[in-house]
Design a protein around this ligand. Structure first.
Ligand code: SF4
Length: 490
């Protein structure tokens, strides 16, 4: 049974009888804007309404980050906007009705030139219903399609950029630590090296001071980001710079239980790095390594490392940390991608059973070599391939989550306030070490806990991307005051 409970922070929350909040399913193909998007050229003012569960709120935050990357700005009032966005909920009739009602209201109040996009769970499962109810909708997108939405209004240049380290993270449970910026790689689809210039590493002592500041402000997780994190130190001639930095950070902030590495580059995951990660108690056994494709020919056209480097890097990290959680991202529909090459990508993902997979449909970026390449892939083919890849990725993610059922894990609480289960029990939202903020799944935990608490819990259920958890009896607050206590190993 599912119930809907009103909440102050979102109009509708959908909670299962078991206390878990339902997660949207796999991203769906979307209907492109209906040809009127020409009015959305340049900087766009958007008004975003978010309905539904906490996961939808996270999706909206991700979408807003992508839109801001395109220099678009949020406005509080619909009448000030060029673009009206409704992130919908669609799991039960009451939630569908409310979503459609909000879309209708915005449509009725539209001014000349304003665009209306409907996105999220409802359009994923019942796009036609939305279009019949409100024929004036300009575009629909399924769940987790933020990059496609951003691309449709010219914000695609943010796709390969990294999250900003910013002061507002102080007081939050997670903080991004940007260890370097810029990029020396020649990827033919990416404008970042042109925008940001050559890679330059942050000084270790500055990064350590920054990490200490976040730790003192209460951060329980440091997420190391860079365009290419494994290049850290190379501009200073240090091929083992990242391993050394991890060691120094681990020692400098033992009170931070989770240090997480994002954006490793295939071929640069050295045994030295893998062994350092394996041996450091507060570096989580997790690695994000964007691999972009599973076909050697495609990788060559992208000017990425050969496929053998991808295989090699996965082997190196799994040899050092057999239960490491691996995340990767891939591009589908890059110019010239054939059916056979796409099949090779599916085979690659299937072979390596990657725990988390993100994907982008290729979107030409002005000023990149790939923009001028022949054999651009039609949008409908890109979308079909995207759907097929994400269906496979979802089944692998679900299997990986099912293996967690019955195990105990620490959950880092991220909710500012609890929501309610069907039986009226409070539920908070957080993550285990297996999920990176913003891009991976969530853990739904019964109980009332403050944001930033680390709670020991048992996994009771597995959704495709998320976990349903119950606190371990009489041990709700995990002891994590020291690195040894807080070992993330399951
Ligand atoms: S590694 Fe490639 S995709 Fe990533 S920022 Fe550098 S050029 Fe862009």
């Amino acid at each position: 049974m599912i119930v809907v409970t009103p909440s102050a922070s979102s109009k509708v929350r959908v909670v299962t009888a078991s206390g878990g909040i339902m997660s949207p399913g796999p991203p769906a193909a979307f209907s492109a804007p209906n040809g009127t998007t020409g009015t959305l050229d340049g900087a766009v003012k958007y008004h975003l309404v978010t309905l539904g569960c906490a996961k939808n709120t996270v999706d909206s935050m991700r979408l807003e980050a992508a839109l801001r990357g395109g220099r678009h700005t949020s406005v509080a009032e619909p009448e000030q906007a060029d673009l009206l966005l409704v992130n919908t909920c669609g799991f039960i009739d009451a939630a569908k009705d409310e979503s459609i009602e909000v879309v209708r209201e915005l449509d009725a109040g539209r001014q000349a030139g304003q665009q209306l996009y409907v996105i999220g769970c409802l359009t994923q499962i019942a796009e036609e219903t939305v279009r019949q109810a409100v024929p004036g909708v300009d575009a629909t997108f399924g769940a987790e399609q933020w990059d496609a939405i951003a691309a449709s209004v010219g914000a695609a240049s943010a796709t390969f950029d990294i999250p900003d380290t910013a002061l507002p993270v102080l007081g939050q449970p997670s903080a991004y630590l940007k260890i370097s910026d810029g990029c020396d790689r020649p990827c033919t689809f990416c404008i970042i090296p042109t925008i940001k210039g050559k890679m330059h590493s942050g000084a270790a002592r500055t990064l350590i001071a920054e990490a200490r500041m976040y730790a003192a402000a209460g951060a329980k997780e440091l997420v190391l980001v860079a365009q290419d994190s494994t290049a850290y130190g190379e501009d200073e001639g240090d091929r083992d710079g990242l391993a050394r930095l991890l060691e120094e950070l681990s020692e400098a902030v033992p009170e931070v239980p989770w240090i997480r590495l994002m954006y490793a580059y295939p071929g640069r995951v050295t045994p030295r790095l893998a062994e350092a990660m394996a041996g450091l108690p507060n570096v989580v056994p997790y690695m994000d390594m964007p691999l972009q494709h599973g076909s050697d020919a495609m990788l060559q056209r992208m000017k990425r490392p050969r496929l053998s480097k991808s295989h090699e890097s996965i082997e190196v990290i799994r040899r050092a940390i057999p239960d490491v959680v691996l995340r990767s991202t891939f591009i589908v529909g890059f110019p010239g991608e054939t059916d056979q090459e796409f099949e090779e990508l599916l085979d690659f993902v299937d072979e390596h059973q990657l725990d988390h997979v993100g994907a982008f449909t290729y979107s030409p970026q002005v000023g990149t070599p790939a923009e001028q390449m022949p054999d651009q892939v039609p949008e409908d083919v890109k979308e079909a391939r995207y759907g097929e890849l994400m269906e496979l990725a979802q089944s692998i993610s679900h299997a990986s989550n099912r293996e967690m059922v019955g195990r105990e894990v620490d959950i880092l609480v991220e909710s500012r306030e609890p929501t309610q289960s069907a039986s009226g029990e409070p539920v908070v939202v957080g993550r285990t070490y297996r999920d990176a903020p913003e891009v991976d799944g969530l853990a739904f935990l019964k109980g009332t806990y403050a944001m930033g608490q680390m709670v020991r819990a048992r996994v009771d259920g597995a959704l495709p991307y998320d976990l349903l958890c119950t606190p371990v009896a009489d041990a709700a607050e995990a002891a994590f005051g020291t690195a040894a206590d807080a070992s993330p190993r399951p």
